[in-house]
Design a protein around this ligand. Structure first.
Ligand code: HEM
Length: 485
């Protein structure tokens, strides 16, 4: 909470405080411009832990990843949901779930996250494979499209967006009872992109009324999920079905509120996955030797199951087969390392002394925010040699997944955190990795892929720093043609 009392004067044992030049707005503007550089600069000056006054909040950044485990395990005193319960309803337009009006809703929603994992993950993965194959056949492998030997041009982000948005949508929400695909998906996708470009401002709690057409666009997106529409869809995932059942239990929820909950899940399921697909594809296509290793690995895994790939037939890769793709997984993790800029936020529940390690504690106050910013760990040359470079085998050692990463000679418990941590860890992470793998398998199996010559390297657009996987600053042109097998 912002209070005049805490302005500028810190108590004993508290971390160094960096006030902004303009009180209240504090350092928020500078942070927004380039969060990673801002934090790096302050780390060099103030050490591994410091507090920044930003937009009326006190945010204590813990920069040393060796200290992360102690923050992450303090679930009770450092709460994640206090933050998300306030910000998510405002952003997506539903009433706060913990207001007392909806008893046990929060627990039921959290329980529904299990339906993205375990046995349900197998079903989701199979369904995603079928949907990707359907779209690929109809839009990219059909009559006249990319025949053997003939190159076609496309924009890479647009390509990933078009395929993954629709395939994920069909897998999560299902399809019309009467057709294999929804009409109007490209309009939905365009509205979604307009909303998404305003997302950083909404998360910063700028009232939506000030953001010109965003409110209208959001309502249009929400309306897509009104119960009378969803009831005409079949093949809906268990996860979404369960959420609909939970929402149905509350008479105080209007239809538009229920629809807004479903819209929030659409954002969660594609908002990060699509840029993650882009970066994984981009790094592979811009490293042809790495791409060949991964392509060979996919063929080898198919051969183990005695499947000879042929572009005339549909390919299926089971969950077990996807799990065997070590190089592909390393390529995806490496791409996530290079493009993720999520912030892990916890709100302090009471004044207490936060133990960081055997020798060190800091005093924190109720209402303050503790923030971890993993991008600075992902880019630390002590942990990751040549951190700006894409290395296919970064996460492989002796033919297995590499999990040993060190800082100051000590093994790190957390070294890759694109999916958050502890109580705020992304429940869709296994599904996300599987669907990115499926997408890349299809690309590599069916197509030759090349970047168009004469382009500068793709760079990160930092405008959503703190919120997840960054988008590319500009799209990249590439070409593809059906592979001769
Ligand atoms: C939460 C990352 C894909 C569902 C989160 C959080 C992160 C994250 C960092 C925590 C937010 C925070 O700490 O404030 C990612 C990335 C993805 C991805 C990098 C893809 C590469 C998915 C997918 C789904 C999903 C495919 C669903 C199908 C969710 C949900 C939450 C969440 C429901 C909220 C959890 C809660 O309220 O406790 N995600 N995510 N995510 N993610 Fe993901």
């Amino acid at each position: 909470q912002f209070s005049l009392f805490s302005l500028g004067c810190r108590r004993e044992g508290e971390p160094p405080l960096i006030n902004g030049w303009i009180p209240y707005i504090g350092k928020a503007l500078e942070f927004g411009q380039d969060a990673n550089r801002f934090l790096d600069k302050h780390k060099r000056k103030f050490g591994d832990i410091f507090t920044v006054q930003m937009a009326g909040k006190y945010m204590t950044f813990v920069m040393d990843p060796l200290l992360f485990p102690n923050i992450i395990k303090h679930g009770r005193q450092l709460d994640f949901h206090e933050f998300s319960n306030k910000v998510a309803p405002m952003t997506f337009g539903y009433p706060p779930t913990n207001s007392g009006k909806f008893p046990h809703m929060q627990e039921q929603i959290s329980r529904s996250f299990q339906l993205l994992q375990g046995d349900n993950l197998t079903v989701l993965t199979e369904s995603m494979m079928g949907n990707l194959m359907l779209l690929l056949r109809q839009d990219y492998l059909g009559e006249g499209a990319g025949r053997e030997g003939c190159w076609r041009k496309s924009r890479m982000y647009e390509f990933c967006n078009s395929l993954m948005f629709e395939a994920t949508f069909l897998t999560m929400y299902g399809r019309p009872v009467t057709a294999p695909r929804h009409s109007g998906t490209s309009d939905l996708r365009e509205d979604f992109a307009r909303f998404d470009s305003m997302f950083p401002l909404l998360i910063a709690q700028i009232p939506i009324g000030l953001l010109r057409r965003t409110k209208t666009i959001r309502q249009k997106l929400i309306n897509y999920f009104l119960p009378h529409r969803m009831s005409c869809w079949s093949h809906t995932s268990q996860f979404i079905k369960r959420r609909s059942e939970v929402l149905e239990q509350y008479d105080t929820l209007r239809d538009t509120d229920k629809a807004a909950h479903h819209f929030a899940i659409l954002w969660a399921s594609v908002g990060n996955t699509i840029p993650a697909c882009f970066w994984s594809m981009y790094y592979l296509v811009s490293h042809p030797e790495a791409l060949e290793v991964v392509r060979q690995e996919i063929h080898d895994v198919l051969k183990l199951s005695e499947v000879e790939f042929s572009s005339d037939r549909d390919v299926t890769l089971s969950r077990e087969q996807l799990d065997k793709l070590l190089f592909l997984e390393s390529a995806i993790n490496e791409s996530l390392r290079l493009s993720s800029a999520s912030m892990n936020i916890r709100v302090v529940q009471e004044d207490f002394s936060l133990r960081l390690n055997a020798e060190r504690s800091v005093a924190v106050r109720k209402g303050d925010i503790i923030a971890l910013y993993p991008q600075s760990m992902h880019m630390d040359p002590e942990i990751y040699e040549e951190p700006q470079t894409f290395r296919l085998d970064r996460y492989i050692q002796d033919g297995r997944e590499k999990t040993d990463f060190f800082k100051d000679g000590q093994k790190l418990k957390y070294y890759l955190m694109p999916f958050g941590s502890g109580s705020s860890m992304c429940p869709g992470r296994y599904f996300a990795i599987n669907e990115i793998k499926q997408f890349l398998c299809m690309m590599l199996l069916y197509f030759d892929l090349q970047l168009e010559a004469g382009q500068s390297r793709a760079t990160l657009d930092s405008s959503r720093a703190g919120l997840g996987i960054l988008l590319p600053a500009q799209d990249v042109s590439f070409r593809y043609r059906l592979r001769a097998v």
